[in-house]
Design a binder for this molecule. Sequence first.
Ligand SMILES: [Zn+2]
Length: 336
Amino acid sequence: MIKLDNKKPDPRALHLRKKHIRKIESQPKNCLFPGCEHKAIGSHLLQKNGIMDLISDVHGKIVTQEMDTFTNQVHFVKKGYGKQITFPLLCKTHDLELFKEMENPNSLNPFNLRHQLLLSYRASLGELSKQRVFKEASIKFLNDKEIIRDYGISALERNKEYWDLCFEESSYYCESLGYQLGFSSTPSTWQTKFIFAIKEIDFLPICCSTIFSDIKGVANCAGWRERTNRTVGDIPIYIPPSVLFHIIPGSNSTYVIYGYAESEGDRISWSKAEVENEKKDLWLRRINEILLLSVESWYCSPDFYTTNIAPRKEMIESFISERIFEKSFDIPFSLF
Ligand SMILES: [Zn+2]
């Protein structure tokens, strides 16, 4: 939230904002597939059987992070993957039909372009679904006299414009991935194709499926351009390129899929060739960096948590909590 969080939040206004967001989160949502008006069910970003089973314990538990979106405080929590980690993305029919080809038992092939696109499509829907909540909340804030009194109408209007823009940007990714998958016969507004690099590494009991802003690319790349001349209020909004990132454990190895829009290839921090030519140990360092700096939620096995995270839990949690404000990208430790 750009402007809103630049000031010290008034506890009462903060409480009201949280209340609106919790309420919106708990309301039923529509399917995000274009044109579908059925109600969304709780979808997993990664299939339970076959992927998550490889990292969950005998009780079906995994360890993940939870973030308070207002304070940015992150905590590791042990959760059941089955029912506790779902998102309102698609209706029952679309959730089943669109992903069937990679979700029949043992059918996911990380080297298959279609499967890479399908994983990315669902991860992008996950992002869109989070932004839908903030977009709807920004409208509620504008109708709440107490929040207006505390923040001022112009900051709230800018906040709404900002979330509209984020939602629109995420929609472009979903639309373009959907078009490349053949889900829509109408060419997407943003004409691009997606390309992927894949690395096979030794088995790691970690997984994630996500899309994130390439913040390191933005910071490093002097030639970074705006895609649009959008402003929120009078502040120009620079839209960083996004990276699709999946860590998929297999029975003997773990596969890391890294993708981006071809049209953004010149401003992404690591190209397909760079990823593919990276040595295994350096690539592991890169995964460490991506998980800690850019990925909002990743999952690991309870055993991995006990060995690699628990002994320095506070340091890791505070590093993740503060990463948004960090100007340096040097990480003084490795998760592995
Ligand atoms: Zn649907």
